[in-house]
Ligand binder design. Structure first.
Ligand code: S3P
Length: 430
């Protein structure tokens, strides 16, 4: 298989105003939850990326009349799909769909691409099996055959904070008899809880002093349709925040960025490192806080990232790694073993990228450490992104502040989450 490559030229500064496309996590939820709801929803700003298209195709295959701009809900009763449900590269599609399929009175098969097929699914299927669903699997991944049916609510204690697992269990819990309880060791992104609230579903939340988080929800509650605009994706904005921070002469405004506290760890970390990022405006959209960010070039210092901060920036760690490679001092990321089971092993791939930039970097069992080069240009490099969209974009941003042109291989994966990445990068270069 031949992969597309991108040659990145050093940048003279990112300037102007750009607007982020819709948030990926919220887009998946808007389609899936509305598919289960009773009534018709109209949506704006749903992210038109390969991952979200996989979700759309799956619900259409289960008899739902849906597009990127609207969904006619099936009131919780889907049609048995006449072929396998292909989740492509999207872990969110696979895991959330499992929560829905667990309660449906038919059997179905979930498949995915080579990367998704190796990602852990037992973290979802084991608790769903305790509720009454049946699965046949050849290992801890895909393909998976699901036999859904009547479910009984159960109490679950998650060993890692995971919004995908939490959401799958709540989607099954909606279809179960009794009260489903989900305990998380730390708070993961809460888009599901916010959207459920907007759709009339009551979920009780308790926050414990040790950082733990407990949700309880009674089954049988109906979802009302959710209409509205999906806020821009902070995980996509993070690439532009780092680019405008590390490239001298930058002054960039990024509009419409989701600023949900459970996702905004990247803002805290970059600010702590010395980045000049100001929130110019703040408003609410569909139950989520949104804002406009202005980012100016600034020198960076190293930092430590661990504990409850990790779930708040889990997808941003590769691009934070790039920022660390330009910073002064040694940045240490720990408590992030989850990085090893993302679209690639992101402990290994982030270290590989930072080394190719010329920084000293080492893997830790639960993260990585990176000794930055104090704002110096990166070496010229060729980086193979292992078909991981966030690694490919991190590689492109690293190349914007390199001593000569760089090559990133495998950039086709970027359309999983951010199809307009190249166009917006061009806009920011006038
Ligand atoms: C997501 C949750 C996170 C994140 C993923 C999207 C979601 O995964 O990494 O990109 O939409 O719920 P985990 O729940 O596995 O941490």
């Amino acid at each position: 298989m031949t992969h597309s490559s991108l040659i990145v030229e050093p940048s003279k500064g990112l300037r102007g105003r750009i607007r982020m496309p819709g948030d990926k996590s919220i887009s998946h939820r808007a389609l899936l939850f509305n598919a289960m709801a009773c009534g018709t929803a109209s949506l704006e700003g749903v992210l038109d990326s390969l991952d979200v298209k996989a979700t759309l195709r799956c619900i259409q295959r289960m008899g739902v009349d849906a597009s990127m701009s609207g969904v006619v809900g099936c009131s919780g009763v889907f049609v048995a799909p006449n072929a396998a449900l292909d989740c492509g590269n999207s872990g969110t599609t696979a895991r959330l769909l499992l929560g829905i399929l667990a309660g449906q009175d038919f059997s179905s098969r979930i498949i995915g691409d080579a990367s998704l097929s190796t990602r852990p699914m037992r973290r979802v299927t084991m608790p769903l099996a305790r509720m009454g669903a049946q699965f046949s699997e050849s290992g801890d991944g895909l393909p998976l055959d699901v036999q859904g049916g009547p479910l009984t609510a159960v109490e679950h204690s998650l060993s890692v904070a995971s919004a995908q697992v939490k959401t799958a269990l709540l989607l099954a819990g909606l279809q179960a008899k009794g009260t489903t309880v989900v305990r998380e060791p730390a708070v993961s992104r809460d888009h599901t809880e916010r959207m459920f609230a907007a759709m009339g579903v009551e979920v009780q939340r308790e926050q414990h002093a040790d950082g733990g988080h407990v949700l309880s929800m009674s089954g049988g509650q109906a979802l009302r349709p959710f209409s509205g605009r999906v806020p821009g994706d902070i995980s996509s904005a993070a690439f532009f925040m780092v680019a405008a921070t590390v490239v001298p002469n930058s002054d960039l405004v990024v509009e419409g960025v989701g600023l949900n506290e459970t996702r905004s760890g990247v803002l805290d970390v970059l600010s702590r490192m010395g980045a000049d990022i100001r929130t110019e405006d703040r408003w609410m959209e569909g139950g989520e806080p949104v804002g406009t960010l202005r980012i100016r070039h600034s020198a960076l210092n190293a930092t430590s990232i661990n504990g409850a901060e990790i779930p708040r920036l889990i997808d941003e760690l590769p691009i934070i790694g790039v920022a660390a490679a330009f910073a002064d001092g040694v940045t240490v990321v720990s408590d992030a073993e989850e990085l090893r089971v993302k679209e690639s092993d992101r402990c290994a791939s982030t270290v590989r990228l930072c080394r190719s930039m010329g920084a000293n970097a080492a893997e830790r069992h639960d993260g990585f450490s990176i000794e930055g080069r104090k704002g110096q240009h990166a070496n010229g490099f060729v980086f193979k992104s292992a078909l991981d969209h966030r690694m490919a974009m991190a590689g492109v941003i690293a190349g914007l502040h390199a001593e000569r042109s760089c090559t990133v291989v495998g950039t086709e994966s970027i359309s999983s989450s951010f199809p307009t990445f190249h166009a917006l990068l061009e806009d920011a270069h006038g």
